[in-house]
Structure formats: C-alpha cells, structure tokens
Write a protein that binds this ligand. Structure first.
Ligand SMILES: Cc1ncc(COP(=O)(O)O)c(C=O)c1O
Length: 305
C-alpha cells in the first residue's frame, strides 16, 4: 500500500502514521467493524468517485446492521471523501472508510464503547494484475462455505465477515490458484471472497441472487444495467449450481477491487475457450469507458471531485 499524507479520523485530518488505535479496541478482538471499498478514477473532466452515493449508503446500512450509530449523512461522507482526495492530491485510487467499536469495555456487549470512524485513500492499480483483466484468472471452489444471514448480517460489509473471505482466498492461493468461489450452505454458488460472479451460457448472462448469500455488489449492479442496455438476457433471480460454472461459455468477477475480471479456469475445468469471452470483453470495455467518464449515458454514476 502506497502511503498518502493524511487520513481522516473522528472528524480531523491526521498524518498517515498517526492514525492509530489502542490494541484493546473492541474491534481488534471481536471484529466489530464495518468498511467500504470505493474507487476514484481520473477522467477527462477530472477525478470522479464511482457510485459514491451507493457506497456510502451501503456503509450506513452496514452500520445499522451491526448496531452502530454513525453521526454523518451520505452527503457529508461524500464531502469528506472529496476533501480527503484533494488534501492528498490523489486523482485516482482507492477510498477506504471504516467505523468500529473502539477502546473501552473488553466484554462482548460493548454497550459504552465509542464508535470510531475513519477514512483513508491511496493510489491503487488493478487488484489481480493487468494480465488478469485480459487473460482471466484461475479459481478454486472453496472448501469454506459462504456465511449466511442466519449467522451474521451477510449483506453488511462487516470486518468479521471477512474471516470467511480471508480463509477462502488464502486456501485458493496456497493451492496455486488466483482466487476462490464459495458455495452457500444450500450448495448454490454465492460469490468470490471479495467479488460477485457472473456466467454466460448461450448468450444469457446469469448471476446468483442476493438470497444466495452474496454481497449486493455495486459494481454488479452497474454491470447488470450495462448488460440490459447491451440487449443481453439477464437472469439474476435464479440459483446457480457448481456444474453451471464448469459448463459456462464465459465467467467473470465484478467488484470495486477486481473491476470486471474474466475467469478462465475453475478447478481444472477450462471455461469456454480459456480466454476472455467476447461478451465479457464487451461488458468490460463499457465498464472501463464508464468509470473513465467516456460515456455520458452513465454520468450519473460519477461524483466529480
Ligand atoms: C464479499 C464481497 N462480495 C462482492 C463484492 C463486490 O462489491 P462491490 O462491487 O460493491 O465492490 C465485494 C467488494 O466490495 C465483497 O467484499
């Protein structure tokens, strides 16, 4: 991670190296935190945050699901993000807001602990590498089952939920793959450790419904709109089984980190031709044209800094 100058923390901008918490903070022991991952892209009209409103609304939703009161509105948080980018002279990169139960009681209930809130940004290129965007990644079906809403609020971007993602991702890497795909406790396809999944079969695009335990991805939402606008049939309310993945013509991940990344192999089964598929390529191109501000049609998704 490349450092920037300042991090916003509890209402003030502090030096990067001074944005610290106590080792006995509640979040460190019990994972009682929430966060967002947001990208800012440099466009011809200047830097723009992609889908800022949706990301900060999901941030507040995650807080509500995890019993945290946040005293900032979506618009105020967007204002802080823009100021942070300007202070750090960052035109393109990643924005990471977080909120967490801080230092106080160490008991689980945390009735009196403060809710700390912070926001950082830094330069960040492609998550899985430029080559992955073009050639695709190799995935392993995880031995870990995706968390579900009976255990924890799976639709929240809650810190504790990411132990599940971490274990799946590490297992995949340790086994020589690039990434993982998780099934839910009913055996249906859910998502990747940090990305939503789409497959293409006979020109029809499919993605698991939120009820399959996947996070409601904001990139996936944009991609679904792009798919409809391209005129492809989209099935987003239908469960997908593992065999659908293996037999797909094309597959790809979507997410703030992975953007639109093709999947070329799953558990030694080559997907389609083993390269980025033609529909994936079309969607990917429109996605990058959108975030780079080249398509007026999707300007509403950009919050210019
Ligand atoms: C578990 C998980 N699923 C899906 C996504 C994709 O969501 P988005 O497109 O909103 O970044 C993310 C990343 O935020 C994630 O962490």
């Amino acid at each position: 991670m490349e450092k920037t100058d300042k991090i916003w923390m509890n209402g003030r901008f502090v030096d990067w190296d001074d944005a610290k918490v106590h080792v006995l903070s509640h979040v460190i022991h019990y994972g009682t935190g929430i966060f967002e991952g947001i990208r800012c892209y440099n466009t011809d009209k200047g830097p723009a945050i992609f889908r800022a409103k949706e990301h900060f609304q999901r941030f507040l939703n995650s807080a509500k699901l995890c019993l945290m009161d946040i005293e900032y509105s979506v618009d105020e948080l967007i204002g802080i993000a823009k100021e942070l980018l300007k202070i750090n002279k960052l035109n393109e990169g990643y924005i990471r807001p977080c909120a967490f139960y801080g230092y106080g009681e160490i008991g689980i209930k945390a009735l009196t602990n403060p809710i700390d809130i912070a926001m950082a940004c830094w330069p960040w290129g492609t998550y899985l590498g430029e080559e992955a965007l073009e050639k695709g990644v190799r995935c392993k079906m995880s031995s870990w089952v995706r968390i579900d809403s009976r255990m924890v609020p799976a639709l929240a971007k809650a810190a504790a939920n990411y132990l599940n993602s971490f274990l799946a991702k590490r297992e995949a890497i340790d086994c020589g793959y690039d990434d993982a795909i998780l099934l839910n406790s009913n055996g249906y396809v859910s998502e990747g450790p940090g990305a939503n999944i789409f497959i293409v079969k006979d020109n029809r695009v499919m993605t698991p419904p939120a009820s399959a335990g996947a996070l409601r991805g904001i990139t996936a939402d944009a991609v679904m709109q792009i798919i409809k606008d391209l005129g492809f049939e989209l099935a987003s309310q239908q469960n997908i089984v593992r065999e659908d993945l293996f037999l797909a013509d094309e597959a790809f991940f979507t997410g703030t980190a992975v953007e639109v990344t093709p999947i070329r192999e799953i558990d030694k089964r080559v997907i389609g031709s083993g390269n980025r598929g033609p529909i994936t390529e079309k969607i990917q191109k429109i996605f990058f044209d959108t975030v780079k501000g080249r398509l007026e049609k999707y300007y509403d998704w950009l919050a210019f800094v």
